[in-house]
Write a protein that binds this ligand. Structure first.
Ligand code: AMP
Ligand code: MG
Length: 527
C-alpha cells in the first residue's frame, strides 16, 4: 500500500536547511536545501509506470489502479513522512561558472527505504516553482518527460548506471514553450516524471559552497556523502575528501565508458548535471548515435562548439572532475591527493574503455597490439561510409569466422549496417571486407567457438536502443492522448539484448525521414 511507504529522510535530517520556506526566488546561503511543496495540478493522469521500480519500492502493481495514487505522483497529495524540498547547487555550464542554479523544476519528496534496505529519494520533475526557478516556471512538458521516463529505464536495462523513473503523469495543464528558441512559443501538455535515485547530489552541490567560501556547509555535505554513500572511507584525516573524489572519479569513468558502449550522448554535461554517484542524470537534449559520428551532438544549443559531442564526453567528465576537485580543495588543502584522484580517472577510463571495446569485438582483452588495432579499425571503418553503430556491432556478432568462407560472403551481415548500401563504393565495401577478414582470422587463431563468441558479444552489443526517432513517435502519439507507444517502447527497452522478432522494426536503421527532423536529430534545452 502506498500509505505504508516508509520514509527515512537522511538528506533533510542531516543537512542544514534554508530558514525560509516557500517559492520566493532567492539566493540561499549556508543551506543545502529549501523546503517547498509541489504545486497542485488540475487533472493528473497516469501515462506510464515502471513495474520494476514499483517492485523495488515494495509497492504492489495493483496499487497504481487505486484512486489517489496518481495524486501522489503528481504532487497533489503528500504522504506521511514526506519532507518536500529543493536542493541548492551551482554549476559550470558550457565551461563557465554560472553561480547558484539549484532544483528549479524538481521537488524531492523524501527517501523511501526500498526492499533491499537502500534509501531511494523520490523526486518530482516539473512539479512547480522553487526558490531556484529563477525566471522560469518550474514545469515540464510531456515531450521532455516522455524522453526522460523512457530513457532512464532504457539505460538501466542496458546496464548503464542511471537515475530511474517510477511514473509519468500528465497534469491536465498547459505549459508554454518556445521549443527551438526561435520566437514560436506554443502551449504544450504539462507532465511530471517521478524520478528515483539513492541520491540526486551533483558536483554542483559542492561547488556552490566552495564558490562562496562556505567551508562549514561544504564539509557538512562532504561528510554526509561519505557517511551515506561511501561508508568504507574510514580515514579520519582531511585526505578522506580526496578519497571521496577518487570514488566519484571511478564511478564517473565507468559511467562514461558505458555511454560510449551503447552510443549515448548526454548533451548537457554541465557540472550541475553530474551525479556524485556516477549515475546518468538529467535527461534533456540527449541522443543516441544512429550513424557512427564521434562529433555528433543532439543539442542545438551546443551546435557551434560541440563541447558535449559523443567523442568528447570522456574529456569533459575529467574537466568536470577537476571542478569538483577545486571545490573539495578547501577541505583537503593539499593538491597532490586530489591530482592523484584525477589521474586515477584517466587510468580507470583507459582500462575500462579497453575492456569494453574488447568485449564488443568478442575478445577477452586488447592486450595484444593486433587486437588494439582491430578496435581502432572497427571505429574507423564505421566512418568510411555512413554506418549504423548499433547495427554494426550487433551484426559483427553474426559474422562467420570459418576459414573456408568467401570474404565478401562473410562480410554480408555487417554490410546491413551501412546506410544507403546501394550507393556504397567498391573501396568502401572493401574496407569492411578487409576488417572482417582480419577480425575473423584473429578469432580463428584464438580458437573461439562461434556460438559462444556470438553469445558474449550479444550480451554487450544491444539489438535495441531508444533511437531518437522512436521516442519522437511515442511523443507525437502521447500528445494526441495515446500513451500506448510509450508503454510499447518501455516494454521493448526492458530486453535490449534479446531478439524480439515481433518488434524487429525497431532494430532497423533509422528511417530516412528522421535524418534531420527536429526531435530526432536536433533538440534544444527547452523542456
Ligand atoms: P538543465 O539544463 O535542465 O540541467 O537546467 C539547468 C538549471 O535550470 C537547473 O537549475 C534547472 O532546475 C533550471 N531549470 C531548467 N528548466 C527550468 C524550468 N522550466 N523552471 C525552473 N527551472 C528550470
Ligand atoms: Mg540539470
Amino acid at each position: 500500500m502506498i500509505d505504508d511507504l516508509r520514509f527515512d529522510n537522511q538528506f533533510t535530517k542531516s543537512l542544514p536547511a534554508d530558514s525560509q520556506v516557500g517559492t520566493e526566488r532567492r539566493q540561499v546561503e549556508q543551506a543545502c536545501y529549501s523546503r517547498v511543496k509541489p504545486a497542485a495540478v488540475a487533472a493528473p493522469r497516469l501515462i506510464a509506470h515502471s513495474a520494476e521500480m514499483f517492485e523495488l519500492l515494495g509497492l504492489e502493481s495493483a496499487e497504481i489502479l487505486r484512486p489517489g495514487f496518481v495524486e501522489v505522483l503528481a504532487g497533489n497529495r503528500l504522504l506521511a513522512g514526506m519532507d518536500p524540498h529543493a536542493a541548492c547547487y551551482g554549476g559550470h555550464q558550457f565551461g563557465n561558472w554560472a553561480g547558484q542554479l539549484g532544483d528549479g523544476r524538481a521537488i524531492a519528496l523524501g527517501e523511501v527505504v526500498d526492499v533491499n534496505g537502500r534509501h531511494q529519494m523520490l523526486q518530482l520533475k516539473g512539479a512547480g516553482p522553487t526558490p531556484y526557478s529563477r525566471t522560469a516556471d518550474g514545469l515540464a512538458v510531456l515531450r521532455s518527460s516522455v524522453r526522460e521516463f523512457l530513457c532512464s529505464e532504457a539505460m538501466h536495462h542496458l546496464g548503464v548506471p542511471t537515475t530511474r523513473a517510477l511514473s509519468l503523469v500528465t497534469t491536465g495543464e498547459e505549459v508554454v514553450r518556445d521549443m527551438l528558441y526561435d520566437g514560436n512559443p506554443r502551449p504544450e501538455l504539462g507532465a511530471i516524471v517521478c524520478r528515483v535515485a539513492p541520491s540526486f547530489i551533483r558536483f554542483g552541490n559542492f561547488e556552490i559552497f566552495a564558490s562562496r567560501g562556505d567551508r562549514e556547509t561544504l564539509q557538512c555535505l562532504a561528510d554526509f556523502v561519505i557517511a551515506t554513500e561511501f561508508p568504507h572511507i574510514e580515514d579520519p584525516s582531511p585526505r578522506r575528501y580526496a578519497s571521496l573524489l577518487r570514488e566519484v572519479a571511478e564511478r564517473t569513468a565507468d559511467m562514461v565508458v558505458e555511454w560510449l558502449r551503447v552510443g549515448f550522448v548526454h548533451g548537457v554535461m554541465n557540472t550541475d548535471n553530474m551525479s556524485i554517484l556516477g549515475l546518468t542524470i538529467d535527461y534533456g537534449p540527449y541522443g543516441w548515435l544512429d550513424d557512427y559520428d564521434p562529433n555528433w551532438t543532439p543539442n542545438t544549443t551546443d551546435a557551434q562548439h560541440r563541447r558535449y559531442r559523443y567523442g568528447h564526453q570522456a574529456n569533459i567528465a575529467q574537466w568536470n572532475l577537476v571542478q569538483l576537485a577545486n571545490a573539495l580543495y578547501p577541505l583537503v588543502e593539499e593538491v597532490e591527493p586530489l591530482q592523484d584522484a584525477i589521474q586515477h580517472y584517466a587510468e580507470r577510463f583507459q582500462t575500462k574503455w579497453s575492456q569494453m571495446m574488447a568485449s564488443k569485438l568478442g575478445f577477452s582483452s586488447l592486450d595484444d597490439s593486433r587486437d588494439q588495432s582491430l578496435a581502432d579499425e572497427a571505429l574507423s571503418v564505421m566512418q568510411v561510409v555512413e554506418t549504423d553503430m548499433t547495427k554494426f556491432w550487433r551484426q559483427l556478432g553474426r559474422v562467420d569466422c570459418s576459414a573456408s568462407l568467401d570474404p565478401v560472403e562473410r562480410t554480408k551481415p555487417l554490410l546491413e549496417s551501412i546506410y544507403e548500401r546501394e550507393s556504397a563504393t567498391h573501396p568502401q565495401i572493401s574496407a569492411f571486407v578487409d576488417f572482417t577478414q582480419r577480425w575473423a582470422a584473429r578469432h580463428r587463431e584464438l580458437g573461439a567457438n562461434d556460438v559462444e563468441r556470438q553469445m558474449s558479444m550479444d550480451a554487450v552489443n544491444p539489438k535495441y536502443v531508444l533511437r531518437n526517432y522512436m521516442a519522437q513517435l511515442a511523443i507525437e502519439r502521447a500528445e494526441e492522448g495515446d500513451g500506448s507507444m510509450v508503454e510499447e517502447l518501455l516494454d521493448l527497452v526492458r530486453h535490449p539484448y534479446d531478439e524480439q522478432p515481433e518488434r524487429n522494426q525497431f532494430s532497423l536503421l533509422r528511417p530516412d525521414w528522421a535524418r534531420t527532423k527536429v526531435g530526432c536529430s536536433q533538440l534544444s534545452c527547452s523542456s
